[in-house]
Design a protein around this ligand. Sequence first.
Ligand SMILES: Cc1cc2nc3c(=O)[nH]c(=O)nc-3n(C[C@H](O)[C@H](O)[C@H](O)COP(=O)(O)OP(=O)(O)OC[C@H]3O[C@@H](n4cnc5c(N)ncnc54)[C@H](O)[C@@H]3O)c2cc1C
Length: 196
Amino acid sequence: MADVAIVGGGPAGLSAALFTAKNGLSTIVFDADGTWMHKAHLFNYLGIGSVDGSAFMATARQQVDDFGADRKQGEEVTGVETSNDGFSIATDDGEYEADYLILATGANRDLAEDLDCAFTDEGVVDVDVSMETSVEDAYATGAMGRTEEWQAVISAGDGAAAALDILSKEKGEHYHDFDVPADAEETFGAMVDDGE
Ligand SMILES: Cc1cc2nc3c(=O)[nH]c(=O)nc-3n(C[C@H](O)[C@H](O)[C@H](O)COP(=O)(O)OP(=O)(O)OC[C@H]3O[C@@H](n4cnc5c(N)ncnc54)[C@H](O)[C@@H]3O)c2cc1C
């Protein structure tokens, strides 16, 4: 039983995983590796001058692995449903349970349909500002909740919003994941990249 199950390991899913794993929630990520990022080269991701999409994904994967997320690369989710206390997630390799579910499957919205999430008139998953769907504790992030605003930085922001909402629910108060230079030194040691 995981605290958080994430389906999709593109910018949306891995951004969510980074926040939940970093803040102590057991996090499992399933990814079939069909991310559009493998076709992209980013010039428009704030703070990054220019990076190949697959190189961006390699860094993102390492980052979530380092914070302890259990990344099931290549494991496709075949079904999701609500169970007594949360969600059941089925793959060809097994069944998993989680308290929270974050869908981050790009423009493929099939799992949200399986879960009976409400959709908008435009045919995307209907979410609130924290990316929560009409099904409590189920979130839909990134391209699946957007008609055409398909940008990596938007997907990453959506994933972060979902994760912070879950962390706030778990902690019983609004939660911020703010780090300061001393935290960086403690986490990464003396050789901290200060961006200069
Ligand atoms: C040619 C091209 C160029 C682009 N250039 C840019 C650019 O310059 N700048 C920019 O910001 N954006 C660009 N994009 C868009 C960018 O790639 C997307 O906005 C971004 O990848 C969306 O992120 P996401 O996490 O929402 O979905 P995705 O990156 O699509 O990730 C979804 C992941 O979920 C997985 N998945 C789906 N279903 C399942 C399942 N059932 N089980 C397990 N895993 C599943 C998929 O395999 C995939 O890995 C470009 C896209 C294309 C196609």
